[in-house]
Design a protein around this ligand. Sequence first.
Ligand SMILES: [Zn+2]
Length: 63
Amino acid sequence: MYCKICGGDKAALNILGQSICKECIEEILETSPWDESYDYYKNIMRIILGYYISEKQLLNPVN
Ligand SMILES: [Zn+2]
């Protein structure tokens, strides 16, 4: 499994159905709202949540 954020092939954990490596998780956790990279990781989390929600919808179609 490749990390969804950095594309690395290190051991990745499964977060909301997406594979993310330990380094990226630590980066996200250590990123503060006043860091320049905060918006970047906020967008990443939004994308990951988007995947998660769309997969749920595929599993449980409303129509
Ligand atoms: Zn990564």
